[in-house]
Design a protein around this ligand. Structure first.
Ligand code: ADP
Ligand code: ASP
Ligand code: MG
Length: 424
């Protein structure tokens, strides 16, 4: 008998009817003879609603903390219990476990905890007794502090992958509100096409670029532990997208040049103006930024003007981290010696991804020309071996994604179906 891990996202369990529908699907899988472990997210937009509530109580609430994790994990606590009840009422046996009961041990970083080990003894026991195990997604437990943690927004995907790895499951199925991984977000590009198979390397770049269909850490974890992911819709029985590691799979298939376009509106840009252009300044600035706990994404340093010996350094980071970084930098203004700080939260990021970039010249020229033809100005550029990212004005980002998608001939013949969810 093999073990299958199935993860259901918020839009798949948005209301009572959806929970019953998902329960039916899980019972059918169990009846086919496999052991089933289910990881579930909070219902619909519950997590966002709980966050809104917290901000209504404390407007200047820090972005993460112990109480916030206590609050947010309540969302998954509700859906896991309801799902177990629904399955039992349909004649199969099920039992739900919190993250800590399922042995999801993490470090103590509230709001962005990393998994340190998974000891799913109780989950195994339940399977041995013929039960379906339902596990609270997103939630972990730190042994030292004895506190509940969360893995970061979208982290239920990572809970599922970690369990699949610990249980040596055959496959980890990620059920969501679209039919798989597409060449772009189907909510933004209706002509986006479903991708049948994608390498974990490319999926990682898409996820890091903002394609929230998979939590980027889940892709990283799956790659490291050799877990095959199947992203599919909980609303149909069609096959979705397989995320695989070509080295492990021994694949010799030639990859498409460009696999997709991701976009992200969650970042802000900070510019440190008039920085002395001497060795050590960048190190000093980014030490301050790191000490403020920020995750910097793109960095651009302009050439200094010879006459002044000063330059500007710009970087992007998650919007909610900008406040504390600006404050930290400002308090070191005199000793770093910069002139001023600028903050811009009206930026958008587009990432073009494809392993074929390694061997194809002219990809950037084609990207920049598509944007130029559409009158879209590029504010920052960064590249990796298989990705080119650009920053645009936020209100031009959707246009940018569409024109780039067309320019690389990614458009399909039919409109993609979005089955549920609000896109929040
Ligand atoms: P879940 O609640 O199931 O975890 P998410 O909202 O986290 O679902 O992720 C699914 C959403 O990801 C889709 O509804 C879609 O709008 C968005 N998305 C962004 N980029 C892509 C992409 N390249 N392929 C598929 N979906 C994408
Ligand atoms: N409910 C959490 C969130 O909305 C975790 C998840 O859905 O993966 O971020
Ligand atoms: Mg998700």
């Amino acid at each position: 008998m093999s073990i299958i891990v199935q993860k259901f996202g918020g839009s798949s369990v948005a209301d009572a009817e959806s929970i019953k529908r998902v329960a039916k699907r899980i019972v059918e899988t169990r009846k086919r003879g496999d052991d089933v472990v289910v990881v579930v997210s909070a219902m619909g937009d519950t997590t966002d609603e709980l966050l809104d509530l917290a901000h209504a109580v404390v407007p200047a609430l820090p972005a993460e903390g112990r109480e916030l994790d206590m609050l947010l994990t309540a969302g998954e606590r509700i859906s896991m219990a309801l799902l177990a009840m629904a399955i039992k009422s349909q004649g199969a046996d099920a039992v739900s476990f919190t993250g800590s009961q399922a042995g999801m041990l993490t470090d103590d970083k509230h709001g962005a905890a990393r998994i340190v080990s998974v000891t799913p003894g109780r989950v195994r026991q339940a399977l041995d007794q013929g039960q379906i195990a339902i596990v609270q997604g997103f939630a972990g437990f730190n042994k030292v502090t004895g506190d509940i943690t969360t893995l970061g927004r979208g982290g239920s995907d990572t809970s599922a992958v970690a369990l699949a790895a610990a249980l040596d499951a055959d496959v980890c199925e990620i059920y969501t509100d679209v039919d798989g991984v597409f060449t772009a977000d189907p909510r933004v590009v209706p002509k986006a096409r479903k991708i049948g198979r994608i390498t974990s390397e490319e999926m990682l770049e898409l996820a890091a670029g903002g394609a929230k269909v998979l939590h980027n850490r889940s892709v990283e974890y799956a790659r490291r532990h050799g877990v095959t992911l199947h992203v599919r819709s909980s609303f149909t029985s069609d096959d979705g997208t397989i995320v695989y590691d070509p080295e492990r799979a021994g694949s010799t298939m030639e990859e498409p040049m460009i696999v997709g376009v991701a976009h992200d509106l969650s970042e802000a840009k900070v510019t440190v103006v008039g920085v002395p252009d001497v060795p050590g300044t960048a190190a000093r600035i980014f030490t301050i930024v790191a000490e403020a706990g920020a995750n910097v994404d793109m960095i651009v340093q302009n050439v200094s003007e010879a006459a002044t010996g000063r330059t500007d350094i710009s970087f992007t980071l998650p919007k909610q981290e900008a406040g504390s970084v600006l404050q930290a930098l400002d308090s070191h203004k005199a000793d770093v010696g910069f002139a001023s700080l600028q903050h811009d939260d009206q930026i958008g990021k587009l990432a073009l991804v494809g392993a074929g970039m390694r061997t194809n010249a002219g990809v950037s020229a084609r990207l920049f020309k598509a944007l130029a033809d559409a009158g879209i100005n590029i504010e920052m550029i960064s590249t990796s071996e298989i990705r080119i990212s650009v920053v645009t004005r936020a209100d031009q980002l959707v246009d940018a994604v569409r024109v780039v998608h067309s320019a690389f001939e990614l458009d399909g013949d039919q409109d993609a179906v979005v089955h549920g969810g609000t896109g929040r």
